[in-house]
Structure formats: C-alpha cells, structure tokens
Design a protein around this ligand. Structure first.
Ligand code: PNS
Length: 165
C-alpha cells in the first residue's frame, strides 16, 4: 500500500521553513501532497491559490514524490478522498502548539483514518513565517535567506507593488 501524506498550509508564500518540512516529509512517506488550503483566519492574502501552487511546484520539482494541489474545502475530507494516512505539519514554538493541537483533534474527529504528524522545525527556521517574510519584503528588506531563490524575485516584485498601489 502506498503511504500518502498531506502537507496542508496557506503557503502565502512558501518559505524555506515550509520547504524543509516538505523535504523531510518526502523521505518519510511514499508520496506527499502539498495542499494549498484556505485558512479563514487569514484574510490578507497576497497570492492567489494558483500562484502559491505554482511557486511550490517550482521549488519542489527536484522531489519526485511530491505533488501539489489546491483545496477550498475541509482538510479532513481531502485527506480521506486522497487515501492519505497522515497530515504533516511543522511545529515551530510552543506558541504554535495550542492551535495545531486543536486542529489535529478536530481533524481526527472528522476523519480518524489519518494521523497528524508534527515535524519540529530546525533551529534556524524557528522565527520564520510567511507573515514575517511579507512584512520584510513589503518594506523593501532582504528576504533572500527566507524564501527559495527560484521565487525570490517574484515575491519581492509582488509585495513591493502591493505596498505602492
Ligand atoms: O499555514 P496555515 O495557515 O497555518 O494552515 C492552516 C490550514 C490551511 C491547514 C487550516 O486552516 C485548514 O486545514 N484549512 C482547511 C479547512 C479546514 O479543514 N479547517 C478546519 C481545520 S480543523
């Protein structure tokens, strides 16, 4: 049986922290589906779901067992339909824990056929988030240490343009 994991997130935009988690998940499972999902708490989106998907495709093309998809529905439903056995999420700090724990329990209630697996972030990515990247880029700061080089220019151009418009 193929062991499939779903790695969901907003990815607005994908960071090197996300890429690290995706890469490590790809070593643990036969197939990883990175799922661009809707977080209703995040209303200030900079990139469309298709743009986010394209950026993830661009930075994961060397990972042969990783695919990317978009969902605007419930994660638990997607996981079930995909036949996945795990939901993989990155944990940065204690501050992430309560929220992630709540989601893991809710997802289990909705679909008990998959486990939520937390991968701890590396020490150097502890502070990193898409919002931090967006803040820095919007004000013209250097984000080259935070996002994969292939998508750096695209992100910088978009966020600076957003500020000026
Ligand atoms: O990167 P994020 O914003 O922390 O990811 C959160 C995300 C998108 C994975 C979460 O909001 C989600 O699962 N959204 C899909 C809708 C859903 O199933 N919500 C209930 C989760 S318990």
């Amino acid at each position: 049986m193929e062991r499939i994991a779903v790695c969901p997130g907003s990815f607005d935009p994908v960071t090197i922290g996300h890429l690290d988690i995706i890469t490590r998940a790809s070593k643990l499972f036969d197939r990883v589906i990175v799922l661009v999902s809707k977080n209703i708490m995040k209303t200030n989106e900079s990139f469309t779901p298709q743009e986010r998907k394209d950026m993830i495709l661009c930075v994961t093309k060397h990972l042969s067992n990783v695919q990317v998809d978009i969902s605007d529905g419930l994660l638990a439903d997607y996981v079930k339909d995909a036949g996945a056995i795990a939901i993989v999420k990155g944990l940065r700090a204690v501050s992430d824990f309560e929220y992630e724990f709540q989601m893991a329990l809710a997802n289990r209630k909705l679909y008990a056929g998959a486990e939520t697996v937390f991968l701890t972030t590396t020490a150097e990515n502890m502070y990193l988030s898409s919002s931090v990247v967006k803040q820095i880029a919007t004000f013209g700061g250097d984000i080259s240490h935070f996002v994969p080089p292939e998508i750096l220019e695209l992100i910088e151009k978009r966020l600076v343009k957003e500020r000026l418009s």
